[in-house]
Design a protein around this ligand. Structure first.
Ligand SMILES: Cc1cc2nc3c(=O)[nH]c(=O)nc-3n(C[C@H](O)[C@H](O)[C@H](O)COP(=O)(O)OP(=O)(O)OC[C@H]3O[C@@H](n4cnc5c(N)ncnc54)[C@H](O)[C@@H]3O)c2cc1C
Length: 438
């Protein structure tokens, strides 16, 4: 029955490529998954810092992440999920404030009561909007100033936008903030009005291991250390060459790698399609993990509204994750989101780490050098696509003009923020779409 079923190659072994491979294998296709790194998992993968193995970039699961939770169930990890009520902090005017409930919000000093009402209204209004395409036509700064007022924009929204987008917020549409608010609203609305965040015992290392096993059980062949160099679509097959000189041949290939790498991998792609990939503007991240012997705060996320901090937020993983998971240590992440050509990517780890730690010692006077157990810095240049004006109208097609070649990557997330739940949803929808039109 399967004899005439196509043989698929999936390039890129992040969670998106893994889900694509899983879905195709479940449909009975023969699938090979290629990942350039030595392990699969991409941005969600884990690494070791000192004695601790945890996510290279901080990851949290929301109660409303139904696709992630379905996957967790499917790979047998449901009983390893831990749900915790977390707190949010704000560092503003050189002080740390809790902003974890409405009462604390009302007490928050930098905003007047009118400003707060307008801020609350903006969030509520955004949570009710369904036609996000309209928001793609308006700059986020203009939209927020109009709804929240100039003072709230300057004191609240601007630092938050800068924290995720740097100065690129000026090119970003209101769809970005809409998607962010939708995600947080869904999280708080999923039954409990509290901010419940989750993780799996052992972090993403556990998820990826079980996910990989599921793929192998489904018959997916996984090749790591396999960086695609070029693929060529011929009359009967698509021939791919990988670093290290090995070749592979498939009936169909789906690329799940960032658009920045697509034109260089597929010479036959028409220029108009290549330009669409090149037109996607990615933001990257430099993210320093710091392992300590004591906590710095009770907050999972601390937003920083003061200008001049070298990083754009503080994520205290051990405000969510039990420290027993981390050998009794406390783990914080210091991310800075920047464009792929930002000079920070040329700086040595030690230079970045010294700057970041000096700022931590200043912001949290109870923390000093002797509390630091280990520091390690991760970098990724193509993390998420900037939601520019009219973004969804300029997207590259999933079905390439090159016969048998498809591209599905996180740039195709048009009405959501980048997170594993959206990546899994996109993968599932895209495979259905591709198989229905194939
Ligand atoms: C700092 C940070 C924090 C985050 N926090 C959260 C969170 O709290 N919750 C959440 O749900 N999500 C979070 N995410 C998002 C989540 O990590 C992503 O949604 C998801 O990992 C994206 O998966 P992907 O497969 O699309 O991309 P990637 O993980 O980038 O996968 C692409 C893969 O392609 C490979 N590749 C590239 N070029 C080639 C080539 N030529 N040949 C072969 N392979 C190639 C890469 O090595 C990579 O493994 C966060 C991400 C970051 C960076």
């Amino acid at each position: 029955m399967q004899s005439n079923k196509k043989n698929w190659g999936v390039v890129g072994g992040g969670v998106l490529g893994m889900k694509v491979a899983m879905q195709l294998a479940k449909e009975g296709y023969k699938v090979t998954l290629y990942e350039s790194a030595p392990v699969i998992g991409g941005l969600a993968s884990a690494w070791q810092i000192d004695e601790v193995v945890w996510d290279k970039f901080y990851h949290v699961i929301l109660l409303s992440d139904s696709y992630t939770r379905d996957l967790i169930k499917e790979i047998g990890l449901e009983d390893k999920a831990r749900w915790v009520e977390t707190k949010t902090g704000f560092y503003t005017g050189g002080k740390l404030y809790s902003m974890s409930n409405s009462f604390e919000f009302l007490k928050f000093p930098p905003l007047s009561i009118i400003d707060k009402l307008r801020l609350g209204f903006t969030i509520f209004y955004a949570s009710k909007i369904r036609d996000w395409k309209k928001l793609e036509k308006v700059y986020v700064a203009d939209w927020l100033k109009k709804l929240s007022g100039k003072n709230t924009f300057k004191k609240m929204w601007l630092p938050l936008l800068r924290s995720k987008l740097g100065e690129h917020y000026t090119d970003t549409s209101a769809a970005f903030i809409w998607a962010t608010i939708q995600r947080m609203y869904a999280a708080r609305n999923s039954g409990l009005k509290k901010e419940m965040f989750g993780y799996i015992d052992g972090g993403y290392a556990t998820i990826l291991q079980a996910f990989e096993k599921r793929l192998i059980d489904l018959g997916v062949e996984i090749k790591t250390g396999a960086r695609l160099q070029k693929l060529k679509s011929g009359q009967n097959s698509i021939d791919s060459s990988f670093d290290g000189g090995f070749q592979a041949s498939h009936d169909r290939v789906i690329l799940t790698i960032p658009s920045a790498f697509v034109p260089g991998s597929v010479d036959q792609m028409p220029e108009t399609e290549q330009l669409k990939h090149k037109g996607i503007r990615y933001l990257g991240v430099v993210c320093t993990s710091v392992l300590m012997d004591k906590p710095i705060s009770p907050y999972y996320v601390t937003n920083i509204t003061d200008e001049g901090a070298p990083f754009t937020g503080v994520i205290e993983m051990t405000a969510l994750v039990d420290k027993d998971q981390l050998g009794g240590r406390h783990l914080i992440y210091l991310p800075k989101y920047v464009a792929p050509n930002d000079p920070i990517f040329d700086e040595a780890d030690e230079v970045i780490e010294k700057r970041f730690l000096d700022a931590i010692f200043q912001m949290y006077p109870h923390i000093s050098k002797e509390h630091i157990v280990a520091v390690k810095t991760a970098r990724a240049k193509n993390v998420f696509a900037l939601s520019t004006i009219g973004y969804s109208e300029h997207l590259p097609p999933k079905k390439s003009a090159v016969p048998g070649v498809y591209v599905v990557n996180s740039a195709h997330i048009t009405n959501g923020t980048l997170n594993v739940n959206e990546s899994l949803k996109l993968a599932g929808d895209a495979v259905n779409e591709i198989l229905n039109t194939n």
